[in-house]
Structure formats: structure tokens, C-alpha cells
Design a protein around this ligand. Structure first.
Ligand code: PLP
Length: 401
């Protein structure tokens, strides 16, 4: 099949709402950690479609599971039982320690559900609390609730007024958190590793301050694990690395391996306050999405991907550490497992096209950070090849100044 790239681009320009500034590459095929464009060029994907393709592209087992489910039954609505939602909820409960799940279709919906369930909890206590505390480099999504707890004015301003009862505190500043949280706080919400904010893990001291503030005021804690969860840092969820015990957890991205599905995971204490009809969605947890998610979780936690993260994570750490020494433009390397940020001493935007030219896909976040979220199944050899291409891209960008 000949793909007329110019036609694809021109048709999008005419008919697709221009909310995304795309890279000038048309991807048509994937295999494992590799992507191929319409001209047949090959790329090593160190981004996974922003943390989604955790088990790689075109995984034959996932493709079979999806095809089989599509030929059996895709959707029933939540008016009926089907066999897979309970199974997936049980699997997530075992992984997270939170006994209940609400299924939705994206990350922002998972956050939205967590915010609503936190409010519902306090409403049920007969002492409603409306306030949320969020971090000043947070990103939680684009719907009104999630956007309200997202800090970046660039995302917020055109849509204000948002929820009025949100206070932002400095990331990893325990004193600022302690000063902000009070008996009016419904919940503190934080990413265990800030993703869009530049791959910044919560520090153990800040995690302890969250625990302390919740214990003192009764505020709930919502861990946003949409980017950092499901094996990405080697843990089922990164809050576990920090010794945190959230009341609510938002999950998305990798869960369906590309089939849209999100989930809010809920403690029993919060779940006890939710009544029939309090929340819902037509597609949430349909058979196709649950089947995909069960397969993906099997690959990550039963068939070796999470173990692989620990092994290849060490390769990333060593190679990126060496790059930080070699390249003058690299200021700092942060991360763990297969979630890494390479902070430059300048805008990192130029690294993306330079990477594409070298055959590697990365992205820029928080202006100065090159973000790496490779598939969790990447091998040592593929990591080495992908990082060599990134190294070459940094050479090109560094040589320009
Ligand atoms: C931590 C975090 N929360 C929420 C979201 C929103 O998820 P979605 O884009 O699926 O709505 C994202 C997306 O990047 C994210 O990284």
C-alpha cells in the first residue's frame, strides 16, 4: 500500500481540530520497541506513546486477545455483568492493596473519579470538605476537575474559572505542605513521580509529610499513578516505593497497552461511602478494554516485564549517567526503572527532531527535560542502541552552541 503522506497531513490540517502540534513523521507500523514511518524509516521508541505501549507495539499475544474478544463480545454497558471486570478489579486490588476499582476510559477520567469520590467521602461524613491540595508542577489531565488540580497556567488560563478550592504547594517542600493542609482539606493529590513536571520523584521526606498531614487533619491522599504506575519504576505502583498508603489511586496509560482504559482504585473506607448512581460511564470497563488490560498486567507482572525494568533500568541509569558527564548541555539525570528525565541547561525542544533524525523517539517536557518512557520489555541491546542514538542527538544539539 502506498501511503500518500502529504494527503494525510493536508486532510488533518483541514479537518482535525488543531490542538496537537505534531512531529513531521507519519507512523504506520510497530514491532516491539520499534516504530516505522510511511517512508519505511525505523525508530527505536523510547517514549511508548507517552508511557502507554508498556509491552511494546503490535504484541502478538495482545493482538490475539483483542481479536478473540472482539469476535466474542466487545461491550455490554454497565447495566449488565460480564466476566472480566471483577477479574481485572481483583488483579488491581492484589497489586495495589486497594480493594475496589472503578473503570473509565482515560487518565483524566480516573483523576476526575478520585476527586469526586474524595468529595463524596466527606459529604457522607456530614461535614463536607471541598478543598484539594496539589503540587505546583503537577499534571493530572484536561477535564475541569483534573485541570483544576493541574498547576500550569498555560493549560488553565483559557478555561478559568476552574474549581475555586484548590491550593498549590511547592513540590517536595514538607513545610509548605504542612502549612497548607487543614481540617478543610478533602484530599491531597500528587503524582508519586511528577511526569509532565520533568520526572521528579517525591522525596521520602515529602512522602512522610503527606502521611503526617493526612494523619493530623483526616485529609485523604490521592496518588496519581497514571504515568509512574504498573511496573514503570519497577514497583507495581511507585507510592509503594515511598511507603505511602493512598486512599485513592488513579491508573491509566499502560493499563490497556493502547486500548483506552483508566481506573480509580479505592480504599474500603472511601468505597463504603459510594452509592449506586454516584458515578458512571457508558464504556468504562467494557470487555475489550478489560481483556486487553488483563493481558497487559499478565505480561508485566507474571511474564517478566516488571523484572526486566529492574535489569534494563540499571542500563539506563549507567548510560544516562555517562551522558551527563559527556554532554555539557546536560544538567541532571533523574529517574528510576524505565522512567527517566534528562534535564538540559536549555530548552530541550531541539533534541526531539535531532532524535528523530538519528532514529530514536523521545519527547520534551517541562521545557528543559528530555523524557524517556521506553516499553517495559526493552532488552539491554535495544536500550543500548536507542541510547546511542540519543547520545548522537545530544552531540548534534550540543554542537550548535
Ligand atoms: C500523571 C498523569 N495524570 C493524568 C494524566 C492524564 O491522562 P490522559 O491523557 O489519559 O487523560 C496524565 C497524562 O499525561 C499523567 O501523566
Amino acid at each position: 500500500m502506498t501511503v500518500a503522506v502529504d494527503d494525510i497531513v493536508a486532510r488533518e490540517a483541514r479537518h482535525v481540530l488543531q490542538t496537537y502540534k505534531r512531529n513531521p513523521v507519519t507512523l504506520v507500523r510497530g514491532q516491539g520497541v520499534r516504530l516505522f514511518d510511511a517512508d519505511g524509516r525505523e525508530y527505536i521508541d523510547l517514549l511508548s506513546g507517552i508511557g502507554v505501549a508498556a509491552i511494546g507495539h503490535a504484541h502478538p499475544g495482545l493482538a490475539r486477545a483483542i481479536a478473540d474478544q472482539a469476535q466474542t463480545l466487545i461491550h455490554t454497558s454497565n447495566l449488565f455483568y460480564h466476566p472480566l471486570q471483577g477479574e481485572l478489579a481483583e488483579r488491581l486490588a492484589t497489586l495495589s492493596g486497594l480493594p475496589r476499582a472503578f473503570f473509565c476510559n482515560s487518565g483524566t477520567e480516573a483523576v476526575e473519579a478520585c476527586l469526586k469520590f474524595a468529595r463524596r467521602f466527606w459529604f457522607t461524613q456530614g461535614a463536607p470538605r471541598s478543598e484539594f491540595i496539589a503540587l505546583d508542577e503537577s499534571f493530572h489531565g484536561r477535564t475541569f476537575g483534573s485541570l483544576s488540580v493541574t498547576s500550569d497556567p498555560h493549560y488553565r488560563e483559557p478555561f478559568e474559572p476552574l474549581l475555586p478550592t484548590v491550593k498549590f504547594v511547592k513540590t517536595n517542600d514538607p513545610a509548605a505542605l504542612a502549612a497548607a493542609v487543614s481540617s478543610s482539606t478533602a484530599a491531597i493529590i500528587a503524582e508519586s513521580v511528577l511526569g509532565e513536571g520533568g520526572i521528579k520523584p517525591l522525596t521520602p521526606v515529602f512522602a512522610a509529610a503527606i502521611k503526617d498531614a493526612c494523619a493530623k487533619t483526616g485529609a485523604l491522599f490521592i496518588a496519581d499513578e497514571i504515568q509512574s504506575g504498573l511496573g514503570r519504576t519497577g514497583w507495581p505502583f511507585h507510592f509503594q516505593a515511598l511507603g505511602l498508603k493512598p486512599h485513592l489511586v488513579s491508573v491509566g496509560k499502560a493499563l490497556g497497552g493502547g486500548v483506552p482504559i483508566g481506573a480509580a482504585l479505592i480504599s474500603q473506607e472511601v468505597a463504603d461511602t459510594i452509592k449506586y448512581g454516584d458515578h458512571g460511564t457508558t464504556y468504562g470497563g467494557n470487555l475489550l478494554a478489560c481483556r486487553a488490560a488483563l493481558f497487559v498486567l499478565g505480561e508485566i507482572f507474571d511474564r517478566g516485564a516488571a523484572e526486566n525494568v529492574k535489569k534494563v533500568g540499571a542500563v539506563f541509569k549507567a548510560r544516562l549517567g555517562a551522558m551527563a558527564v559527556k554532554h555539557k548541555i546536560v544538567k541532571e539525570v533523574r529517574g528510576s526503572g524505565l522512567m527517566w528525565g534528562v534535564e538540559l541547561n536549555r530548552d530541550a525542544a531541539a533534541v526531539v527532531p535531532a532524535g528523530l533524525a538519528e532514529g530514536v523517539i523521545v519527547n520534551r517536557t517541562a521545557e528543559t527535560v528530555v523524557r524517556l518512557l521506553p516499553p517495559l520489555v526493552i532488552t539491554d541491546a535495544e536500550a543500548d542502541e536507542g541510547l546511542s542514538r540519543l547520545d548522537a542527538a545530544l552531540d548534534v544539539v550540543g554542537a550548535r552552541t
